[in-house]
Design a protein around this ligand. Sequence first.
Ligand SMILES: Cc1ncc(COP(=O)(O)O)c(C=O)c1O
Length: 451
Amino acid sequence: MSKLHKSEGDINISRHREKWQKDHIDAESRSLLDEDALYFLKQSLSTPCLNTLRACEGIYIEDMQGRRYMDFHGNNVHQVGFANPDVINAIKNQLDELPFCTRRYTNRVAVELAKKLADIAPGNLNKSLFCPGGAEAVGMAVKLARVATGRHKTISMWDSFHGATLDTISIGGEAIFRQDMGPLLPGAEHVPPPDEYRCVFGCASRGGCDLVCADYVEYILEKEGDIAAVISEPIRSTPYIPKSEYWQKIRRACDRHGALLIFDEIPHSLGRTGKMFTLENFGIIPDILVIGKGLGGGVFPLAAMIANEALDVAADRAMGHYTHEKSPVGCAAALATIKYIENNHLVAHARELGQHALDRLKKMQAHLPLIGDVRGLGLFLGIELVKDNQTRERASEEAEAVMYAALSKGVSFKLTMGNIITLTPPLTITREEMDIALDIVEQCIAEVEAS
Ligand SMILES: Cc1ncc(COP(=O)(O)O)c(C=O)c1O
């Protein structure tokens, strides 16, 4: 690929990375990294890798050289912290009892998980299908929308990510996944995301968000007349946090035009945004909800499509014929995860600590001109770095420099769109740990700004 796309994650070939490795990687780690590059196909966003890990526990990951980093990235699987003892014990016990469930059979723990999800999900989101990964769950949701509506077109967002399979990159809106991939799914139409800071409709120049982007979704629903579903992350990982009215308008528009609304909450469901489900921040209920990542407790790959029970209309089709569909081990991990979140009040903790963190980010913004915008909901936070607050030119080089400086001081996070620092720590993080991490981030931004 001739051009390095700045999108979902940070770029894995850069001079900042090279320099960091030169300063931090010893011979043993270097040799494992070289072997990794020898046996894994290279791909952007992963191989070649930055470093090697030997342990992860709580909010920390530990590299082979014994350095520990607070993990504000964690692929968003770590709501309950890494190696959570309740999750690990549930998995160990389940391995002894029933490690796999052959097709044609069900098992107690899978049924318990489906029931638990129906209990905690709002409205009539009462019927699930499970699968190993998020992209597969999104694929099932699109298939169900096709079957239920008899239509095939979708509306989704530019810049969005729904997984790396061919169907999900068609719906997704990032060039790093789509470009030069050949024909994508027909009928996958795209709209600009509700990004107030960089609104393509120029809402800032009209004195703030006036929801033209939501009207545009309805415009397409009406023009086309045969859209099966609007599918979106309720909050993009950048993070863009739309007004509640945005989703309320789109919910009403979907109803008017016979389209389903599918929410992909894979990275932030189960507490991260200060609500058990992200949709609860917006006062609407989609027809289909997709969750994943942390559902497996940061150990087991597990995702779920949770649908309105009225959409139980595809009994004669194979929607999600996945080998590990009703994995007893995965379901045991998920039940332990949800119980841990509930018993330890992690949803309220994410809400309160997230507000504290956002307040601190706002204070940083007031004295650090490199910070163009700060955003967040619960423990889903972003700091957008810009070269100039008027032009809002992305400060991507600077963001990379901040990321590697923070890594050297023990805080790991990812960049998105090249210039946005995203902070998604485990929900188990304490206020003291959060303050230590934010002190480091602030110090690193100040250092890069001064250099
Ligand atoms: C919003 C969103 N949807 C879907 C996916 C895909 O999930 P998986 O990697 O489990 O296929 C991701 C993963 O990052 C995601 O963030």
